[in-house]
Write a protein that binds this ligand. Structure first.
Ligand code: SAH
Length: 248
């Protein structure tokens, strides 16, 4: 009998944004497989004797190929017990939880998904930016910023002409390209943008700017960071509430 795998959302950073279910599984787990987490304190909740397997980036080394991570989870499951595969935010929002679940299912290993609070919504919230707002934005999109530089990018830039909120994850290093693309499709160069670094943690920093100056303003921010494009960014003036972050 193999063990059971919990593909577990760890939330965006603030430990109190863990779900009760995630907290229970972290406490009961025999092994926790994790990568870069916004808050490593979560691991302190594990029981004595819990083993930790790190599958994230080492200095100068890339993340393990996903296939190897899938196999690691599977091998841990074969040892039986409770396997917690912990992921930042929500496992199905750019978390590759789907690939891990499919790999386990093919091999007959039982798993559960524990959704987490995604950074896409909660990090803007901690910066005082609602992703929708009556009369300002009727929808929001969550987009990978990782691909912005590729010539064969699958990002449907032409769809971004509306004033709906766009949240780019994994986009800090492509911020200049993203801003350029949005101006190219017709957005005003002074359209509002915010970059939020280490959101929901005591190190949270928020930089507010415009499409034409945000790259320069945000250039020294540490990761993880996300980008919010939209008029909702202006609501921060009324709604900022968390920490001592600055508005530039
Ligand atoms: N599954 C995760 C996202 C994984 S992709 C989720 O649902 O939140 C990783 C990206 O998430 C980072 O590049 C960054 O853009 C964003 N991110 C995660 N945690 C963050 C944080 N505390 N502050 C700012 N951005 C964060």
């Amino acid at each position: 009998m193999s063990g059971k795998v919990y593909l577990t959302g760890a939330g965006p950073g603030d430990v109190e944004l863990l779900t009760l279910k995630a907290a229970r599984v972290i406490e009961e787990a025999d092994v926790i497989i994790y990568d870069r987490l916004a808050n490593p304190k979560i691991l302190e909740m594990a029981k004595d004797g819990c083993r930790f397997v790190y599958v994230g980036k080492e200095d100068g080394r890339h993340t393990l190929p996903q296939e190897e991570i899938n196999e690691t989870i599977y091998q841990e499951a074969l040892k039986s017990g409770i396997v917690c595969r912990l992921k930042g935010g929500d496992p199905f929002v750019f978390g590759r939880g789907g690939e891990e679940g499919a790999y386990l299912k093919e091999r007959g290993v039982a798993f559960e998904i524990i959704p987490g609070i995604t950074s896409a919504i909660s990090v803007p919230a901690y910066a005082g930016i609602p992703v929708t707002h009556r009369g300002v934005a009727v929808s929001f999109r969550v987009v990978t910023g990782h691909e912005a530089k590729k010539s064969a990018s699958q990002i449907p830039w032409e769809n971004f002409k509306t004033d709906d909120t766009i949240i780019f994850l994994m986009g800090l290093h492509n911020l200049g390209n993203i801003a350029k693309k949005l101006i190219e499709i017709g957005k005003s160069p002074d359209f509002p943008v915010a970059v939020i670094s280490k959101g929901t943690t005591p190190q949270q920093r928020v930089v507010v700017g415009k499409l034409n100056d945000i790259e320069e303003k945000a250039k020294n921010l540490p990761t993880p960071a996300l980008i919010v494009v939209g008029k909702v960014v202006e609501l921060r003036e009324q709604l900022a509430w968390f920490g001592s972050d600055e508005t530039v």
